[in-house]
Design a protein around this ligand. Structure first.
Ligand SMILES: *[C@@H]1O[C@H](CO)[C@@H](O)[C@H](O)[C@H]1NC(C)=O
Length: 360
């Protein structure tokens, strides 16, 4: 929520009691209305009601203004991306709507019908300007940004596996830590071809050489707005179980939104994304040696996940055994229960004594 809107709403809301008062003193309703000597008297009798009315009014006004602000921002952003979407995808949107509203601050993009691409799921997520309580809350906790994320699910097998990303230097570490694929497989590296504010996170130089030329120029043009650009064949969050089939290959682009009148500034970022749709299939084929290296890294990762899965299963079995034992004990007679408790106590005591002697 912009401060301007907040202040405006506050002024409007505080004007509300005055409007109510003006009505009360109107000649026409005077005979019906109770007569008050002064504003103070009104305030004394109706103070809380006026305050509540003001608050409700403030909420309604901010809801309306905030919702409208977000709607304009989302629609303008979509409008500048739309020509690119239309040129690249046979189908834009779902059920006739190019942009679907999910909440007053969340709009959904869906694209499909393109060679090498399965689907694109996008989300324009803005500050919850329509909700004054949440807005105040986010003001004091973590500031929310207006962002757009586009997740492209690519068809498998049309280009080499690997994890590669371009991120801002300033937030690169945070982004790398947030995503399992980036933190497990990539290292940061500076690139001549990139704007000084950007770096790559990459699994191999050969991968960088194949992908970076497709996107560097475009990403540089709108570097200020970029959150991340990621090409990956691995999941964003660490899986709990060993995969039974390959993960989906994807390209993810996330960027912050300029205000509506500068919406065009983000277009180069989307162009970088669309350049990859054919570009990866054409240019991204690493040598056999690198392919083997990338494949080995995946095997290691799977082994690690397998270990975790086994440990988890062992813990579950142990827990189940413990529960069953407790259940059985509950069904015993009080006498038997007491015996078991005494036995356990003796055992614990013995253990304590053993550790004490060991220490001594
Ligand atoms: C895009 O992918 C990221 C990472 O998996 C996920 O957190 C996000 O919710 C996805 N967004 C959309 C719109 O699908």
């Amino acid at each position: 929520m912009s401060r301007g809107v907040l202040i405006f709403s506050l002024i409007v809301a505080s004007a509300m009691p005055a409007v109510v008062l003006a009505d009360i003193t109107l000649e026409s309703i005077l005979p019906l209305a109770p007569y008050f000597e002064s504003f103070q008297e009104v305030q004394e009798r109706y103070g809380y009601e006026l305050m509540y009315l003001g608050m409700i009014f403030l909420m309604l006004v901010t809801h309306w203004i905030g919702k409208r602000h977000n709607e304009i921002l989302a629609k303008t952003t979509m409008a500048v991306m739309l020509p690119l979407f239309r040129a690249n995808f046979a189908r834009v949107g779902d059920n006739g709507a190019e942009l679907a509203i999910d909440a007053p601050h969340e709009y959904i993009i869906y694209l499909t019908g393109r060679r090498h691409v399965a689907t694109v799921h996008g989300l324009i997520k803005m500050k919850p300007r329509q909700d004054i309580i949440r807005t105040l809350f986010t003001l004091f906790s973590n500031p929310v940004q207006d962002t757009c994320t586009l997740n492209v699910t690519m068809n498998p097998d049309v280009y080499s596996d690997g994890v590669f990303a371009v991120v801002p230097k300033s937030t690169g570490t945070a982004v790398r830590n947030r995503f399992y694929d980036l933190s497990t497989f990539t290292k940061a590296s500076n690139q001549q071809a990139l704007d000084a504010s950007l770096i790559t996170l990459t699994e191999s130089n050969e991968l960088t050489e194949a992908i970076l030329p497709l996107v560097s120029e475009k990403l540089n043009q709108a570097a200020t707005w970029l959150d991340y650009f990621i090409v990956s064949d691995q999941p964003t969050h660490k899986p709990n179980t060993v995969p039974t089939e390959p993960y989906a290959k994807r390209i993810s682009l996330s960027f912050r939104l300029p205000d509506a009148k500068n919406a065009r500034e983000i277009v180069p970022l989307v162009e970088a994304l669309t350049a990859c749709l054919d570009g990866l299939a054409r240019d991204c084929h690493v040598s056999t040696v690198i392919k083997a290296k990338i494949s080995k890294a995946r095997d290691e990762a799977v082994k690690e996940i397998g270990k975790k899965e086994q440990a988890e299963r062992a813990r579950e079995i142990e827990e189940k055994r413990f529960r069953e034992k407790r259940e059985q004990e509950k069904n015993l007679s009080p006498e038997a229960q007491r015996k078991i408790a005494a036995k356990e106590e003796r055992r614990a005591l013995k253990k304590r004594q053993r550790t004490v002697t060991k220490k001594a």
